[in-house]
Write a new protein. Structure first.
Length: 255
């Protein structure tokens, strides 16, 4: 574990230096498209190496049921680096779009009446992402709704003043920006590895609470376990490398 943390420290330093170099280039006016493209590749490489090391550390912490607070602290700190990565990648993409703008023929104008829908608003809490996306995906996948209308729906279903709204508002509300905004939302809040860690951490928290405060009533326990295990199952993580770990967690909760 200590060797991994030492490696992560070095990788974080390299990542930070790369970020500072890119931020300086973004503030200048002399860089060309090729240079921004190269910087984008370098940033992705630095972050991927850091992310691989972080995943090994997170997996090691998850094996120790007594380290819930340590895991949570480490997880929050790691997310700060991911947030910086996504923010700078967004600025790089916008800079590249400014410098190379393809001219597309204008599609024929069509009138489209938006149906009245009441959708769950998303505030940027990854724990609510699956419920939000299961509703919004119907709009996202509908081929009869043009992207400019999908973008308007997207703006309406993020909670005012939330992290999700700040992400959506960073894109001009155009049809061409809709798929970019969706991709950023999924990378920021809907990654499978992030959601798995969150739900496993909640299961671990349930075990710790049950051990310190006494037995939880069976109906409440059943509902909580069923909800979290279904969420993990939808992510394909109830078997394989998480299977034995989840079994031990569930058994320790049962009365």
């Amino acid at each position: 574990m200590q060797a991994l943390k030492t490696q992560r420290k070095v990788l974080r330093t390299a990542f930070t230096l790369c970020m500072r170099n890119i931020e300086a280039k973004l503030q200048g006016e002399t860089a060309e498209v090729e240079e921004f493209s190269l910087l984008q590749v370098q940033l992705k490489d630095e972050f991927q190496r850091l992310e691989d090391c972080q995943q090994l550390i997170a997996a090691s912490l998850l094996q120790d049921e007594g380290d819930e607070s340590l895991f949570e602290t480490d997880f929050v700190e790691a997310e700060k680096y991911r947030d910086r990565f996504l923010e700078v990648m967004l600025h790089l993409n916008l800079k590249l779009t400014e410098k190379v703008i393809p001219i597309d023929p204008l599609p024929p104008k069509r009138n489209f009446k938006l149906p009245q829908l009441q959708l769950k608003k998303f505030n940027g809490d990854a724990r609510d992402y699956l419920a939000f996306w299961s509703q919004f995906q119907k709009i996202h996948a509908d081929p009869d709704i043009p992207n400019e209308d999908k973008m308007q729906y997207f703006i309406q279903v993020v909670e005012e003043g939330s992290k999700a709204e700040r992400l959506v508002q960073s894109f001009p509300a155009t049809a061409s920006n809709y798929p970019k905004a969706i991709q950023q939302l999924q990378e920021r809040f809907g990654r499978d590895d992030l959601l798995v860690q969150i739900y496993v951490r909640h299961l671990l928290s349930m075990v710790m609470k049950n051990a310190t405060t006494g037995r939880i009533s069976f109906p409440i326990l059943y509902d909580e376990l069923e909800g979290k295990l279904r969420a993990l199952e939808s992510l394909g993580k109830t078997q394989g490398k998480y299977g034995d770990f989840l079994t031990l967690l569930v058994e320790s909760c049962l009365p």
